[in-house]
Design a protein around this ligand. Structure first.
Ligand SMILES: *[C@@H]1O[C@H](CO)[C@@H](O)[C@H](O)[C@H]1NC(C)=O
Ligand SMILES: *[C@@H]1O[C@H](CO)[C@@H](O)[C@H](O)[C@H]1NC(C)=O
Length: 417
């Protein structure tokens, strides 16, 4: 933390010094252009609702975020753009740090062929590594389909210089949360928990994941940013499912999860507006730090395997010339919670917008009034971080010198390779 602030300060001072120096030469505009120079020619994004920027908008799915108040803080947003947060996602902010100009990397579903060579976002809310993951929420594009979309895009980029260019792009891949939340830990809908123990499930996921990463490699990808799964046993949705005796009730008798749409569920009083209330204190706030340990320990097995896969692919026997960076999302989440006060967060355990216990039983509804100060909340809704939290994580993975944030190097160094 201290180091990180120190680093930011140093960077800021450096920028200011250069800016002042060049301003003296009447070259401020040149500096701004230089400071915002793209560090890589292109960026392609694969993932789930944490990074989706509108690919689900036109498909039949409960996992959609193209309604207010999603995107309420989005700068140029007349229409809610389909991001599952109040403003920018982590990859928007990462793209900004890499020097891409707003609106950063467009959603594949809305992009023009002229965007294809500069980068596309293929991510899809509710998606997972496994094709069936997220089917409880309706349509979406699983990882294999996202990779197929990329394959067809590559075929439309002019071949001259294509291979070299694609090898210099950043490929962000963040998958797995839904393979747990909207598959393994939803036993009424999926049979994976009967078929696999947590170690076998993680192994099956990672085997499929590796196939998709090597498919991207075969299409020309060399610089990968691979995000681990966060502490999803601690998101408001899970906190809301923990019984008063501390057990997870697996959601039985509770409303099904949604990733955001208006639902009328019998037995739940949906009060729209004024969600900044204090309902979580009604159960004593006793579960504030009590996460779902079953989920977190399953995630730990998966993350450990994912890191091992990154290390193996970095050795280059299967994938010569590949550079993969592993983002430790668990560590980032723990840092946000441990240093919440320093980051300006006062609410760690409930969504800024949502319904029920921890604002986590039903996610943010259309036209619902969110909390007033989004910068004080780590979570925007039952599942997803606020832009404020995304910004801290993006800065960290871009520039941290600690391998417990980004392994073995930060994204800034990956870009420079
Ligand atoms: C919640 O309760 C605490 C303690 O009673 C109080 O300080 C805080 O202002 C309340 N927050 C809201 C949003 O009402
Ligand atoms: C990235 O990591 C390297 C090596 O740890 C470090 O020197 C550098 O300051 C970090 N941050 C940036 C922005 O490069």
């Amino acid at each position: 933390m201290g180091n990180y602030h120190h680093l930011l300060l140093r960077r800021w001072i450096l920028v200011m010094v250069v800016a002042v120096a060049l301003h003296a030469h009447g070259g401020l505009l040149a500096v701004q252009a230089a400071a915002q120079k793209q560090l890589v020619p292109c960026m392609y994004i694969f993932g789930d609702s944490l990074v989706d920027n509108g690919n689900n908008n036109n498909i039949l799915s409960l996992a959609r975020a193209n309604y207010r108040p999603y995107g309420v803080d989005f700068p140029d947003g007349a229409a809610p753009p389909g991001r599952f947060t109040n403003g920018r996602t982590m990859v928007d902010l990462l793209a900004g740090l890499l020097g891409f100009q707003p609106p950063f990397i467009p959603a594949y579903a809305m992009a023009q062929p002229s965007d294809y060579a500069r980068g596309l976002n293929f991510a899809s809310g509710a998606a997972g590594v496994r094709p069936e993951t997220g089917n409880n929420l309706g349509g979406h594009y699983p990882l294999s389909e996202q990779v197929s979309h990329f394959r067809s895009v590559v075929g439309q980029i002019p071949p001259a210089g294509r291979e070299k260019r694609l090898g210099r792009c950043i490929y962000y891949v963040g998958m797995g949360s839904n393979d747990y939340l909207n598959n393994y830990f939803m036993p009424d809908y999926y049979n994976t928990a009967q078929a696999y123990d947590p170690a076998a499930y993680a192994a099956a996921l990672l085997q499929e994941y590796e196939l998709q990463l090597t498919a991207l490699y075969a299409l020309g990808a060399r610089k990968f940013v691979v995000a681990g799964v966060g502490q999803i046993g601690c998101i408001p949705y899970e906190l809301a499912r923990i019984d008063d005796d501390g057990d997870d009730d697996q959601g039985r008798g509770r409303p099904p999860p949604t990733s955001g749409i208006g639902l009328s569920i019998p037995g739940i009083t949906v009060s729209i507006g004024g969600s900044g209330g204090n309902r979580s204190t009604a159960n004593g706030g006793a579960k504030k730090s009590g996460c779902n340990d079953k989920i977190n320990s399953a995630i730990a097995i998966y993350n450990k395997g994912l890191l091992a896969m990154v290390k193996r692919l970095n050795r280059g026997q299967q994938t010569p010339g590949a550079n993969l960076v592993f983002l430790n999302a668990v560590n980032s989440g723990k840092d946000l919670a441990a240093n919440a006060a320093a980051y300006g967060f006062t609410v760690l355990d409930r969504g800024c917008c949502g319904v029920g216990r921890n604002n986590g039983q039903i996610t943010c509804l259309p036209m619902q009034r969110p909390c007033d100060d989004r910068t004080k909340y780590i979570f925007w809704d039952a599942f997803h971080p606020t832009e404020a939290a995304n910004r801290i994580i993006a800065n960290k993975v871009f520039s941290s010198s600690s391998t417990s944030d980004a392994y073995p190097i930060n994204v800034s160094r990956l870009a420079a390779i």
